[in-house]
Design a protein around this ligand. Structure first.
Ligand SMILES: Cc1ncc(COP(=O)(O)O)c(C=O)c1O
Length: 396
């Protein structure tokens, strides 16, 4: 029996704010009527500011994996060569989808502690004079490790090589939490989901589409029906869907877009940066090891740390859940049992973060994981530096 609120500190699905829950709590309307057309037109337009694009955006009633499949089947043909960077478990999900669709995958090896390597990409593109590579897939923020790939660098390498490959980006755990600029970074297809930075329940998948990707879709020969962009874009122009949309999630999305606009995207990103820095300060103070190796690639939406050799990360998470009613993310695949992932994205504030870190620190004690005390204090120092005290000691 737990009292108070559950802490959902996995890196998505994230906490759904009460405002959004209330926005969903409405009767379902006729999805072929004028009220629905106004709703769909508003959210399809509003999403552009979040993706920072002037191009079309598609909303599928699907999870992020469905939106990933949609990105591939709309732009590629059987046997096409695709470069995918190994950043962690979610890049591997892309490999599985691509291979099952009959694409030829060049999986660029990585150590799950770093983002996509510009040098590796440059080497591949340089030797591809025939332009056999049709797409480069990068997971912007690798949710399994807390490592963010530097997309502007990836784009710079593709442009410097004069290579026509499409850039397909998984922005599932970066969109609306971390800076993402579809048009400026010339991302051809951005893939996202509802359950992370957008603060919605799971159930919506997004494709934001460049002109080049739209042109590719006209000649791409992979089979598609449900995911077909053209089938969606035609009715979307009038505010409708080719099949029954997730109406109440669109109410939720409308509210989320209002909330993001009220806070201002730059403030949203700054808030995530600040919270991530505080979490890293705690991990450092505990003398535990962050998974991300390169400070230029620190994620602002999730931080992962290793438990010391011989200390099961899943036991720590189970104790935290049992005693403090907080869900933390576990290590996926080869990181299973070795890593704890703290989600700090979406609707979140300083006190929620402080509570989260208290739960982790108490869990470290309960589980007998060797660590130095004081992580929470280091995080508080990072969140609330002694400016106030300093200012007041002058006048006191
Ligand atoms: C980076 C990333 N890509 C893809 C996915 C898959 O999304 P979904 O579980 O919504 O299918 C996730 C899910 O967490 C993710 O974090």
């Amino acid at each position: 029996m737990h009292t108070g609120r559950h802490f959902l500190q996995i890196p998505g699905p994230t906490n759904v704010p009460d405002r959004i829950l209330r926005a969903m709590d409405q009767p379902v309307i006729d999805h072929r009527g004028p009220e629905f057309a106004r709703l769909a037109t508003e959210v399809l337009g509003g999403l552009r500011a979040v993706f920072k694009t002037s191009g079309p955006i598609i909303i599928f009633p699907a999870s992020g994996s469905g939106a990933a499949e949609a990105a591939l089947v709309n732009t590629l043909s059987p046997g096409d060569r695709v470069v995918i960077f190994e950043t962690g478990q979610f890049s591997f999900v892309w490999v599985q989808i691509a291979e099952r669709l009959g694409l030829q995958v060049d999986y660029v090896p990585g150590n799950w502690r770093r983002g996509a390597s510009e040098a590796d990409l440059e080497a591949r593109l340089r030797t591809d004079a025939a332009h056999a590579i049709k797409a480069v897939v990068v997971v912007h923020n690798e949710t399994s490790t807390g490592v963010t790939s530097r997309l502007p660098e990836i784009r710079r390498v593709i442009n410097a090589a004069g290579h026509p490959a499409l850039l397909i980006v998984d922005a599932v755990s970066s969109l609306a939490s971390m800076d993402f600029r579809q048009d400026e970074w010339e991302v051809d297809v951005a893939v996202a989901g509802s359950q992370k930075g957008l603060m919605l329940p799971p159930g919506l998948g997004f494709n934001a589409i460049s002109e080049k990707a739209l042109a590719a879709s006209r000649t791409a020969r992979l089979s598609r029906s449900y995911w077909d962009w053209q089938e969606m874009l035609k009715p979307n122009a009038a505010g409708f869907f080719p099949y029954t949309p997730a109406t109440n999630l669109l109410y939720a999305l409308r509210e989320a877009l209002h909330m993001l606009a009220e806070e201002g995207l730059d403030n949203v990103f700054a808030r995530h940066d600040r919270h991530a820095a505080a979490v890293r300060a705690a991990i450092r103070a505990w003398e535990l090891e962050l998974v991300c190796e390169d400070p230029r690639e620190y994620s602002s939406s999730i931080s992962a740390f290793f438990t010391p050799e011989g200390f099961d990360a899943d036991r720590l998470r189970a104790l935290v859940l049992e005693h403090y009613d907080m869900s933390l993310g576990g290590g996926l695949s080869k990181l299973s049992g070795r890593v704890v992932r703290i989600g700090h994205l979406g609707s979140f504030n300083d006190l929620m973060l402080a509570g989260t870190l208290c739960g982790v620190e108490m869990g470290l004690r309960l589980a007998g994981v060797p660590h130095r005390a004081g992580g929470v204090m280091a995080a508080l120092d990072s969140l609330a530096p002694a400016i106030y005290e300093a200012a007041h000691s002058v006048t006191a």
